[in-house]
Ligand binder design. Structure first.
Ligand code: G3P
Ligand code: CA
Length: 237
């Protein structure tokens, strides 16, 4: 699976409608996107928990209403030709792209947003996106949030994100602890080697690797038969 990181973040301002449209044009199978929650409980698509880096404003996502956050320019920081681009709500993204591509949804810092798992589960149920037919994968670094989400909607495949803090391995103990709720174990590219991919597969999990920038890495990963590759450049081949 070719997965466009924050859409096509190498070409467009990340996590915007332009970026998602571009990823589809470039032939991605999935859109990777990050969700957080506004003051009035709306799910919005943005990577950071503040708007500082990717808009012309400043402040925390959770301190703005949807209306307020959508008054900011989320395009100009990348290039002036994207001026006026907005932070999309998850609902807008589903309205526009459902049926055209799959969604790899990352619960970003869910501990900041009580009940965000419930909100996402409700949105998916409302849209009948719960059949688990590969249209949706939900991932996070936060294992407790993933367990909660899995209890709410067991049909949706779960991905656990892994990055290294010193030691570059995923232990067998880690892998065993994922049994029962995880379908994908998703390590950062810098951790990956042949043995690790073998062990992930051996424990019965699939794997999506992030974030791939170099052609050489792509080639290596294809040879390792990983299930998915996340890239800022979904046309990398
Ligand atoms: O798909 C995984 C990747 O998106 C996690 O890192 O920081 O880009 O959200 P980040
Ligand atoms: Ca992400």
């Amino acid at each position: 699976m070719k997965i466009g990181h924050r859409g096509a973040a190498g070409y467009c301002p990340e996590n915007t409608i332009s970026s998602f449209t571009k990823a589809i044009e470039l032939g991605a199978d999935y859109l990777e996107l990050d969700i957080q929650m506004t003051k009035d409980g709306e799910l919005v698509v943005i990577h950071d928990s503040t708007v500082n880096r990717t808009t012309n404003s400043k402040g925390r996502v959770r301190d703005f209403t949807l209306r307020e956050i959508q008054s900011f320019d989320a395009g100009s920081w990348f290039h002036r030709k994207f001026a006026g681009e907005k932070i999309p709500s998850l609902s807008e993204v589903f309205d526009k792209f459902t049926g055209k591509i799959g969604f790899l949804i990352e619960l970003k810092k869910p501990s900041l947003y009580p009940l965000i798992e419930e909100k996402l589960a409700e949105e998916l149920k409302k849209r009948e996106l719960t059949s688990g037919d590969r249209q949706i994968i939900v991932q996070s670094f936060d294992r407790e949030a993933l367990k909660r989400f899995h209890e709410l909607l067991p049909s949706i495949p779960i991905g656990v994100l892994v990055k290294h803090s010193g030691v570059k391995i995923i232990t067998n103990r880690n892998l065993k602890s994922f049994a029962g709720y995880v379908s994908y174990v998703n390590p950062k590219i810098t951790m990956v080697n042949k043995r690790m991919i073998k062990r992930i597969h051996h424990h019965g999990f699939k794997t999506i690797i992030w974030t791939v920038k170099k052609k050489n890495d792509l080639k290596t990963l294809k040879n390792l038969h990983v299930e998915g590759i996340v890239s800022d450049f979904p046309d990398l081949s």
